[in-house]
Design a protein around this ligand. Structure first.
Ligand code: SF4
Length: 322
């Protein structure tokens, strides 16, 4: 019997939940292919295929799907609505399976199971059992695969909290630390598919490391702590999961890292939620006199211009603290 091949795009939720799905599919001996790391060609293809008004990450998702679709038997694009029972994913995430289905012809079948813990308790488990059954496995096998996914996801999140880079290396025994330890601490905040994609972030992580900057990211703050810091005004929190993650970790860093030297917000052109997130962070950082820089990335942003701005930002902080 031939084993079906399932395609996963190396962007968006990949940086947040890939270890869960990898553990799940591996446990069922199903073969997965992840699209290759982002390149100019992938981004250009996405820009060509997606709606012009889409934000950069959605265009990029199209580009990754375009490279995968002829190599796999199924495209895996789950519709993750809610996992923590408090926030939902950006509406553009929720529309992804439909956007892809109606944009390309001759696609392999799209697996777009819905996960929404608000309307159905244990929604992820139920979706996993359905998926296992779709591929002909028993409930028991599905449950074991789910448990393996959870185990790998917890392992991964633990590594992120310690400062490891979320690439394939996190699943081996000797992952590399991505951030140097230093007294010069900068919070690099943004959605994981911007911060950790080395093409999209224009190598800013590497640049900060080379300049002996310790980088703090939202993923280093565990969920129970972030959850405590999420309400930003009048006990309200943001609706969108990744925006909530950025803002709550920002609040945490402001209040708990006394030697925080500055904050860089990496944002994508065309992102609706970030208009709100960026403004709130800019005002709060200003009140605390913490230097704040917004870097907006689009398909035309060049590495040289971005590096110049970050260099100037670091110089300004150093001069200020002399
Ligand atoms: S949160 Fe912003 S960048 Fe991310 S998919 Fe939604 S609109 Fe695009």
């Amino acid at each position: 019997m031939t084993v079906p091949v399932i395609g996963i795009a190396r962007t968006l939720n990949y940086y947040a939940y890939y270890p869960f799905w990898q553990g799940f599919f591996d446990s069922l001996n199903l073969k997965t292919i992840v699209s290759s790391p982002t390149t100019k060609e992938i981004l250009d293809q996405g820009v060509k295929d997606a709606l012009a008004e889409a934000c950069l990450p959605i265009k990029l998702f199209f580009g990754h799907i375009a490279t995968l679709k002829s190599k796999v038997d199924y495209l895996f694009i789950p519709r993750i609505v809610n996992l923590n029972r408090k926030t939902v994913y950006c509406p553009k995430f929720l529309g992804l399976p439909d956007m892809i289905k109606y944009s390309y012809e001759n696609l392999p079948p799209v697996i777009d199971l819905r996960v929404d813990n608000r309307s159905l308790k244990d929604s992820l488990l139920i979706a996993s059992l359905k998926l296992a059954s779709f591929f002909g496995f028993s409930k028991l096998r599905g449950f074991k695969a789910y448990r393996e996914g959870i185990r790998q996801q917890n392992f991964y999140e633990n590594l992120l909290q310690k400062g490891y880079l979320p690439v394939n290396e996190v699943n081996v025994n000797s992952p590399k630390l991505f951030s140097v330890k230093s007294s010069f601490k900068i919070a690099l905040l943004g959605y994981p598919y911007l911060v950790y994609d080395n093409y999209v972030n224009l190598k800013i992580l590497e640049f900060l490391n080379k300049n002996n900057v310790q980088v703090l990211t939202a993923e280093q703050v565990p969920w129970p702590i972030r959850n405590k810091y999420a309400p930003f005004t009048n006990k309200k929190r943001l609706f969108w999961t990744f925006s909530d993650r950025v803002l709550s970790s920002f609040q945490y860093f402001l209040k708990n890292v006394p030697d925080l030297k500055g904050i860089i917000h990496l944002t994508a052109f065309g992102c609706g939620p970030d208009f709100i997130v960026d403004r709130i962070m800019e005002i709060d950082a200003g009140e605390q006199q913490i230097p704040y820089l917004t870097l907006t990335i689009d398909e035309h942003t060049g590495e040289a211009g971005l590096v110049t701005r970050v260099e100037a930002f670091l110089d300004m902080i150093k001069r200020k603290s002399r």
